[in-house]
Design a protein around this ligand. Structure first.
Ligand SMILES: NC(=O)c1ccc[n+]([C@@H]2O[C@H](COP(=O)([O-])OP(=O)(O)OC[C@H]3O[C@@H](n4cnc5c(N)ncnc54)[C@H](OP(=O)(O)O)[C@@H]3O)[C@@H](O)[C@H]2O)c1
Length: 267
């Protein structure tokens, strides 16, 4: 049976990517491998894709190999893949901070590489995936990867030198939003609401506002002004956020995240 796409690593993000790949190619074109054989086999069964016993067996003959292991495991996986790749195999990594230059150190000369930063809402098809081509990747290669990632949500591309910033915004961003949901729910409990209702109000408010911001042609500032009557409750809250420099804190937090991505990329 032919295998167009191999996936190495069937953890959280691997499964999100797998769903999208299967949607695009059909399950019979996909082979997966994970060192956690029991869990990996279960994922293969759930998605009705082929299981491979080794990294090499998964990658042999594949048109695209997607590496979805933790950053410190990437070099070992690439070293195992090297001998089984064809001249035209595209090697995709979703590992945070691992540059295509670092990937090339473990791959045969001239291997086509693409780096992708997805985020966890990809699990429900509402993610953001940002692609960067390695030195040998053409528009056609990027298009191929874009199609495979389409089921994860919004897909776009940037020059690789912006990937650390992308990691800080869309990669880590869902965690900042979950933090906001938790803080809002905590405030609701402080105001006397029961915990279940507090959490329901917080998560649905963030989901609704997020959907509105995504769909509306208006800038978020305009959307914010529409719910901020002069002298009203929302203005009082926003003034408090400004007094506490929350906007500056968000910018500083993102900046810290992209510095950290750079540090991880070195090691
Ligand atoms: N989670 C996110 O929000 C997010 C967002 C964007 C990008 N990413 C990137 O996505 C990658 C995967 O993250 P994740 O959260 O999905 O990790 P994960 O859940 O730990 O999944 C990785 C899987 O790969 C396995 N593995 C390790 N070495 C392997 C090898 N040599 N061959 C085959 N399988 C191997 C791991 O097994 P062991 O656990 O036994 O090592 C684990 O089952 C990371 O590089 C991360 O930077 C994550």
């Amino acid at each position: 049976m032919s295998c167009k796409v191999a996936l190495i690593g069937t953890g959280v993000m691997g499964q999100a990517v797998l769903r999208s790949v299967v949607e695009h190619t059909g399950a019979d074109q996909v082979r997966v491998h994970d060192v956690r054989t029991e869990a990996g086999r279960k994922v293969a069964q759930e998605h009705k894709v082929m299981w491979a016993e080794t990294v090499g067996a998964a990658g042999a003959g594949a048109e695209v190999v997607i590496v979805a292991v933790k950053p410190h495991d990437v070099s070992g996986v690439l070293a195992e893949l090297g001998p089984v790749l064809t001249d035209s195999t595209v090697v995709v990594s979703i590992a945070a901070g691992v540059s295509t230059a670092r990937m090339a150190e473990h791959l045969p000369e001239g291997t086509v590489t693409v780096r992708v930063m997805p985020n966890t809402p990809a699990l429900i098809g509402q993610g953001v995936s940002v692609l960067s081509p390695g030195p040998h990747a053409t528009e056609e290669h990027l298009g191929l990867v874009r199609d495979l990632m389409a089921g994860t949500g919004f897909v776009t591309s940037v020059a690789e030198n912006y990937q650390d910033v992308v990691t800080a915004i869309s990669g880590s961003g869902p965690a900042y939003v979950f933090y906001l949901i938790d803080a809002l729910a905590e405030a609701a409990v402080l105001g006397g609401l029961g915990r279940d209702l507090a959490l329901e109000l917080a998560r649905r408010t963030v989901a609704g506002a997020g959907a509105m911001a995504a769909e509306s042609a208006d800038h978020p500032v305009v959307l914010r002004e529409r719910v901020s009557s002069p002298g009203g409750t929302t203005m009082a809250a926003l003034a408090e956020l400004d007094d506490r420099a929350v906007r500056a804190a968000v910018v500083a937090a993102a900046q810290r995240a992209w510095e950290r991505a750079g540090e991880l990329g070195q090691g």
